[in-house]
Structure formats: structure tokens, C-alpha cells
Design a protein around this ligand. Sequence first.
Ligand code: UDX
Length: 433
Amino acid sequence: MRLSVIGTGYLGATHAACMAQLGHEVVGIDADPAKVAALAAGQVPFFEPGLPEVLQQALASGRLSFTTDVSAAAGAEVHFICVGTPQRASSYAADMGQVWSAVEALVPHAAAGSLVVGKSTVPVGTAAQMRDRFAQSGAHVAWNPEFLREGHAVQDTLHPDRLVIGVESAEDEQTLRTVYRALLDDGVPMLVADFATAELVKVSANAFLATKISFINAMSEVCEATGADVTLLAEAIGMDPRIGSSFLRAGLGFGGGCLPKDIRAFMARAGELGVDQALTFLREVDEINQRRRSRTVDMAREAVGGRLRDKRVAVWGAAFKPDSDDVRDSPALHVAAALHTEGADVIVHDPRAMDNARELFSHLVYADTALDAARDADVLLLLTEWRDYVDIDPAAVAEVVTERHVIDARNALDPVRWRAAGWTYRGLGRPSA
Ligand code: UDX
């Protein structure tokens, strides 16, 4: 099929390349000329394992192109809207500016009978509004939320757990079945829903994941007050198949471009719908998540004797999670900046995210290697659990620091190994000795 993908950020670039990989003819359209030029040259402007290969193969096949010219969408049978919906500066609600600009740009080029498919995460009710906007041009609208995780974007797009579509006719369902034929043939289930349900599946999935993380982090607080160990507690409750062990990693909590802003936008939309009480628990989920960050700063302060001023703090990790260079709402950088505000000399290392981190927090100092960051440190904080840090030899790190205090804010290091190398090890939600 001929497809257009409007918005070639994380979601759109991955979707465009993967759809071409499935055999479709795809044009990716974005207002940012630098992004378009990079993608057209086979370069992915962010770190995503496996995506450069898929992009380059798709470009070489001749089925994938990129442009800033939205009129290139004219020949497509299906248009995917993949633009971002960040949090508004002044409230919890989603900023829908990019979505509506994309819609307005597309209206003159979406042919009668073509299908406009929303993939962006939006407030429930958006698909119906969009359908009304396209009504005069005769284009139809469908909703097809995306569940991809950064670091697993290609796998999640080509081998998703499920496809969810919100459609208003059997014809539109059929069109999407044709788009995803290869996945359906592989046995991926497709759930067919109305617009509102399809939109809500995405935000409620993210709300559930955020709740699960904050649940175990709330248990961390209780563990800290009682001397219990949250990692063992999580392992034990996770063995109950009704609970399940995934997303029960206690630590510094969730960040990134999705979970934090999605739960806030969901609360804002619930307020507009008059059901704000149904989601007030998400405020608590958000607060538990923020409290882990301040708890980590408290632990660093305690480790250096009660005052951070002029203490040297090594921070390992800047990305919001490993295998990503994304620093949007990164818990690691939030903690690093808070330590700096208290007067500490903060030295940050991250295997991939330092350029992005520098753009946001230019006042922090960045080191080229994990060991350089640790040099002469009074305390070392592990804030993003990159494999490089988990595998590092604690005895080698011990050689370069001033004081052997480590705070493992992701519960990723082996306390036995670190203690054996002479370190005072503290984990979030774990007993101190
Ligand atoms: C998330 C959803 O998983 C994905 O389905 C949706 O499409 C977009 O949002 P992503 O933001 O890429 O994906 O990251 P994810 O792997 O879900 O992690 C989110 C955050 O939660 C990270 O900061 C991670 O460190 C944290 N996390 C995750 C925990 O603190 N504990 C866990 O057990 C799991």
C-alpha cells in the first residue's frame, strides 16, 4: 500500500521504516528539515538499537522516502499521524498543537476515501473531532495506538503483543488489516474497538504501568522504615501470576517522554469529563515517583555527612532508562541538578545521553568515562542502570574515589560484591547493612 507518516520523531521514524520493511511504499513527512535530511541519508537522529539497519534497508529498497513537503501525502491510501503530544507548559494537559497543525496541513491532501490513522497519544475524544474535520474532504479516520518502548522500538513495532484499532466501518477495519497483514499472519491479535476505547487503551495501559512502578516504590518507603528489602519483596509478590514480576523494579522511578506526561494528561482529561475522582490516585502515583528523587538526594547528603556543599558527587547515568539517549523528564538528571543546587560538584557520565543532557543542564560537569566521573568522588550514585555500570569492577572504582560510598538508586548493583570491595552500599528500599 501507499502510506504517509506525518511526524518522524521517535514513533514516526520507526513506524515509517518498519512499514517499508513490511513491503509498503512509505513517505515520511516532517516540518524539521534537519530531521528529514538525516533520515533520508540513513541516519537516525536518536539512539535506538536496530533502527539504523531497518532504515537503511528500507531506503535501499526504494520504498521509503522523507520530505518536508506535506503535499507528498497526496497519493497515499493511508496517512499515519505520529506527531508528539508533550505536556503543556502551564498545566497537566497535553499540548495538542502539533496534532492539529498536522491535521490542518493534511486536510487539502487527504483524498476522498483515504484513511487518516492517529497513532499519537491523545486525550480521549480527539479521534471523533478529527473525523469531523476530515468529513468535508471525504477522508475517514481511525485510531491505532502505539505501545512501543524506547530501546525496543523495532521489535515492538514488528512483533507487538497486540494491535488495537478504533474504527467506524468494516471498510476501514479492512484497510488496516491490509496494512498489518504480515503481522496478523504472524499471529499478532488485533482488537477492534470504537474510537474512545482505542484512545483509552493507550493512556490506561501507561497509567497501569506507572501505578505498578509507584506501588513497588511505595513499598520501598515502608521497607526503609522497617529494615525490610524491597527487592526480595518484589521477587516474592511477583511470583504470584496474578501480580507478575515485570514493572516491579523498585528504584528511582519512572521518567521519559511518555509515562509522566501521559498520566498527567489523563488526569486533566478526566477533570474535563467530570470524572476527576476516578483518577485522583494518579496524583499519588506521580507524588510517590517524585519522592524517590528527593529520597535519593537525602541519601547522598547523609552519605557525605549532612552537607552537600563542595562535596564531589559522581553520577552514573543521565538517560531516563538504559539503552536510550532520551533525557526527557529523566529522574537521573533531576537528581543530578538537585545535588548541584545544594552546592555539590556534580560530575555526570552516561554512555549515550551526554549530548542531550548537556543541552538541558549545561551547568553540570560531564566526564568521558565512568571512572573519570568517579575520580575523587565523596559519593557515587548509580541513577540509570546501564549494563556498563552493572558489570564494572567495584575494586577498580574504589581505587579512584576519595570515599567509598555508593548509592544504587536502581537496585542494579550486587551489594555483596560492592561491600566486599570496601564500599558502603545503600540501595533504595533496602537495609543499609
Ligand atoms: C513506555 C511504555 O512502556 C510504552 O508501552 C509506551 O508506548 C511509552 O511509554 P518507555 O517510556 O520507552 O515506554 O519506557 P519504559 O521501558 O516503559 O520505562 C519507563 C520508565 O519506568 C523508565 O524511567 C524506567 O526506568 C522506569 N521503570 C520501568 C521502573 O522504574 N521500574 C520498572 O520496573 C520498570
